[in-house]
Design a protein. Structure first.
Length: 264
């Protein structure tokens, strides 16, 4: 707390941790919250927000094809805390969010609990596909652009396991479409090109190309380029016609509603 803090205002140190299917990172922020309206109001809102530290963006470590490596993930976040010069006990508030296909991993829930247990006073959030699309639209500035211009804006978020299309009208996300196209549906060793992880969502794409790919196989440069071209085509097909040709549609929300905390 700061000297100027009191009944009407508080200054908090907050940490946000994002664990995704492809990458993970965290930020440290300084938040100033003030009481709404009259002195009798019990509601506080964030009036100031300053990012004071951003960690590197790490590739989310895996142990096998469908299990995130808890020990390596914890070591990455601990190294980030040291770089930020803070300890978990320095935090007043925070959130750990597991997004995208990372939610489908076998140990997703234990990981959220583990991070929350040693990272301070945290809220654990599982952001499903539609919610992730809303978050991406806010984080990219698409919502602010739409609110400021009155224009309809489409935000395109290509993640590790999915691609989210968020339609924003007059500053509100009104539609989210999610398809199974992502940058790390097939993970492989960059030196040997041996496949180390295959997500289920890539199977229809591999079938379209006639590729019978399994863990331990080598993905040739030519086949990798073919797969990338097909993925790009699926994204463009969804953007222009509203539906992919062979990639799975994972979620559709034609009446996307935003949580109250996202409407400021």
């Amino acid at each position: 707390m700061h000297d100027e803090d009191g009944l009407e205002q508080h200054t908090l140190r907050s940490v946000g941790i994002d664990i995704g299917s492809a990458t993970s990172h965290f930020t440290v922020s300084r938040l100033v919250v003030r009481r709404c309206g009259s002195a009798l109001s019990a509601e506080f809102v964030v009036s100031e927000r300053e990012t004071v530290f951003r960690s590197p963006v790490w590739l989310t470590p895996y142990r096998g094809g469908d299990e995130i490596d808890t020990d390596r993930l914890r070591a990455l976040f601990e190294s980030g805390y040291r770089a930020a010069g803070i300890a978990p006990t320095d935090l007043e508030v925070g959130a750990v969010v597991i997004t995208g296909e990372a939610l489908n991993k076998r140990n997703a829930e234990p990981i959220a609990r583990m991070v929350a247990d040693w990272s301070g006073r945290f809220v654990c959030i599982s952001a499903g596909h539609n919610q992730e699309g809303v978050l991406a639209a806010h984080g990219s500035g698409a919502v602010a652009m739409s609110a400021g211009t009155g224009a309809t804006v489409v935000n395109l978020d290509v993640g590790g396991g999915t691609t989210k299309f968020s339609v924003v009208r007059a500053g509100t996300v009104t539609h989210v479409e999610v398809v199974g196209v992502g940058a790390r549906l097939v993970a492989y060793d960059p030196a040997s090109r041996v496949v180390t992880r295959l997500e289920q969502a890539v199977r229809p794409l591999l079938d379209r190309l006639g590729l019978d790919l399994a863990l331990g196989d080598r993905l040739s440069t030519a086949d990798g380029a073919r797969l990338g071209e097909l993925m790009a085509g699926e994204i463009m097909a969804t953007l222009t016609s509203g539906r992919p040709t062979c990639a799975p549609t994972l979620a559709t929300d034609g009446g996307a509603s935003e949580p109250d905390c996202m409407k400021d």
